[in-house]
Design a protein around this ligand. Structure first.
Ligand code: XCC
Ligand code: SF4
Length: 645
């Protein structure tokens, strides 16, 4: 664990303040956990049955296996795939909630939601084979939502819809041959829990394949979540806003939208527009919404809401003393928020039946009265504002301009202005010309095993210097937002010559009022599906299998089970994946070799763990160069063959 806590200037100020007034934050708690238990850290601690925990103790007679005889490789494999099950359940349950809402809109049961993007609806319907010709929008929406809900309960041999519709043929071939193509999401997740029950599967490779099947369910759940959220709330277009704690405004009623699910936060955005006067009547200058984690990314992408901060620094938003309410839905919400809020006037409002924090205010969110729920929340915030102690307010004067909203559609719209017939060619031609080396996706969380945001910042600037086109989601994207990489200045400061030229060309064509950024913010964690769509399009345009596309992914500060699931489906779909913390697979050489080496032969994708951000960046650049070089050789060989004929 590093002594330096964060590279974020605003966070540093707040952490100093916390120290001054004696608050212990997640940064202190991370320190308290050191030194870590080596068994847990390397994955060789099994707690799957009540005889456990069993650890691998090779020096003791009988200690080289668990009590049941499970070897290190079985224990490590079981532990890691159970992370995937957790992550996949979270993402897909989020998707199910959105799908259910779309269904109820189509059935006319919900008054506060409507189909906002019928163009996307038709595109999605066509993609998954729902008839659209001459049909009413709501009828199509009903079929699309039903198709999404069918992904969950299917128990027959039929293949899952969204993966099949989105993936390229050669990728699907691999998924089928390796027997990891899921049918239903619930089925695959239940099967994986069954497979890893005590005394069940002991074969690490078989367990990993079960894990990959569950990871594909994670992909499916997030792909449909993205599609249906766009249909319901609109597909984001470029927006200009700001990021970091300086986006919290002393003179306004501040409400943070935190979690993942846009169903409620979208309504809060709408209600806030209508209720500015109520806030003014309470003596404030208005209502100011800010986002944290992926709910923040959702409302940033569609509504231009500013970013307050990302995962590891969520507590610090309360320490500003100016946060009147923090509305949370699901996932990545620290239980510590409530006890911190107690020292201030801040109201923590939980809203979902599966996410409550003892002692916090719970407002049961109901889609049937969504806007009213949102208004109640805003009134709670206004009431809290009235009790705010202005002597305690201390907001770091730190903010950066953010240009975001790059859903794949809005990115392609920019490309279209250069090449109307084949927009994606703008990107692939630049790669072919050697102007840029390829594409890197940065995704994932914060992890206090390292310095907060440091891996994110170092890696993005290193790759930019090496002319890699960068897209980002999740808390990684928020780190870039706070550090000034999501604006035109970032390009001038950090891009290599080739990348600079490429982005300048896009700027000239885009005709936006703001300069395009160094890193293109694609949205929340479920929007990693947008990045995969980009990789799939590149493969088609370049005439390649996904495994050969100059596209890499990285989670420099991975934390959550969801990050493990995302990384795993990236591998299965052919992408090299860097993770900036050492995964608990290293306790078994066999398992570690399977996911870092053998996987490449089978899927084209593989993992590597590297905590040093400079080394990790160099490896990613090497991988892109190797893929480009191999593609060029292949092309040459094909040409020679053709000429010989
Ligand atoms: Fe959570 Fe999505 Fe990770 Fe951030 S990046 S800590 S999962 S909010 Ni998904
Ligand atoms: Fe120990 Fe086996 Fe039980 Fe795991 S499943 S806790 S290794 S006895």
């Amino acid at each position: 664990m590093s002594d330096k806590r964060t590279i974020d200037v605003a966070a540093t100020q707040m952490l100093d303040k916390a120290k001054e007034i004696g608050f212990l934050t997640t940064f202190d708690r991370a320190k308290a956990q050191e030194p870590r238990c080596t068994f847990g850290n390397t994955g060789i601690c099994c707690r799957i049955c009540l005889q456990g925990p069993c650890r691998i103790l090779p020096k003791k007679p009988g200690g080289n296996k668990g009590i049941c005889g499970a070897m290190d490789y079985t224990i490590v494999a079981r532990n890691i795939v159970r992370y995937i099950a957790g992550g996949s359940a979270a993402h897909s349950d989020h998707g199910r909630h959105i799908a259910e809402t779309v269904l109820h809109v189509a059935e006319g049961k919900l008054k506060d939601y409507q189909i906002t993007d019928p163009v996307k609806l038709i595109a999605v319907a066509k993609k998954i084979g729902v008839e659209t010709e001459g049909r009413d929008v709501l009828a199509v929406a009903k079929d699309v939502a039903t198709a999404a809900l069918n992904e969950f309960g299917r128990v027959n041999e039929d293949e899952i819809t969204w993966i099949t519709a989105n993936s390229n043929e050669s990728t699907l071939d691999v998924l089928r041959k390796t027997n990891i193509m899921p049918s239903g999401i619930n089925l695959s997740l239940a099967q994986l829990l069954h497979q890893t029950h005590a005394g069940n599967d002991a074969d690490p490779v078989n367990i990993i394949f079960g894990g990959l099947k569950a990871a594909l369910c994670d992909y499916d759940g997030m792909a449909l979540a993205t599609d249906l959220s766009d249909i319901l709330f609109g597909t984001g277009v470029p927006v200009v806003t700001e990021a970091n704690l300086g986006a919290i405004k002393a003179e306004k009623v501040n409400i943070a939208l935190h979690g993942h699910n846009p169903l409620l936060s979208q309504m809060v955005v709408k209600a806030a527009k209508e209720m500015q006067e109520e806030a003014k009547a309470a003596g404030a200058a208005g209502i100011n919404l800010v986002g944290i984690c992926c709910t923040g990314n959702e409302v940033l992408t569609r509504e231009g809401v500013a970013i307050a901060t990302n995962f590891a620094t969520q507590e610090l938003a309360i320490l500003t003393g100016a946060m009147d309410a923090m509305v949370v839905d699901v996932q990545c919400i620290m239980p510590s928020l409530r006890s911190l809020a107690e020292c201030y006037h801040t109201k923590i409002i939980t809203t979902m039946p599966i996410m409550k924090i003892p002692g916090s205010y719970h407002l049961a969110f109901d889609e049937h009265r969504a806007l009213d729920s949102a208004k109640e929340i805003i009134r709670l915030a206004i009431d809290a504002y009235k009790t705010r102690d202005s002597a305690k307010v201390c907001i770091p004067d730190v903010r950066n301009t953010v240009v975001a909203g790059f859903t794949l559609e809005s990115l392609l719209n920019i490309f279209k202005k250069i090449n109307a017939d084949a927009p994606i060619r703008v990107l692939t031609d630049a790669i072919a010309a050697g102007e840029i080396k390829g594409v890197a996706l940065f995704a994932g969380c914060n992890n206090l095993k390292g310095t907060h945001d440091e891996n994110h910042f170092t890696m993005a600037t290193e790759l930019a210097k090496n002319d890699v086109f960068i897209v980002a989601t999740g808390c990684a994207a928020q780190a870039f937002a706070k550090e000034g990489l999501l604006n035109g200045e970032g390009v001038q400061k950090y891009a290599g010559e080739g990348l600079k030229k490429f982005i300048a060309r896009l700027n000239a064509a885009a005709g936006l009022t703001a300069e395009l950024p160094l890193v293109f913010h694609m949205g929340s964690c479920v929007d990693n599906s947008r990045a995969q769509d980009l990789a799939n399009m590149m493969a088609i345009e370049m005439g390649l299998d996904n495994r050969d596309v100059p596209y890499v992914a990285s989670a420099p500060e991975a934390m959550s089970e969801k990050a493990v699931a995302i990384g795993s489906w990236n591998v299965a779909l052919g992408n090299p994946v860097h993770v900036g913390v050492v995964a608990p697979t290293v306790g078994s050489t066999l398992v570690n070799d399977v996911v870092t080496k053998v996987a490449e032969d089978v899927f084209g994708g593989f993992f590597f763990w590297e905590t040093d951000p400079v080394k990790a960046s160099a490896r990613l650049v090497d991988i892109l160069e190797e893929r480009n070089w191999k593609n060029a050789m292949r092309k040459k060989a094909n040409q020679a063959k053709e000429e010989a004929n």
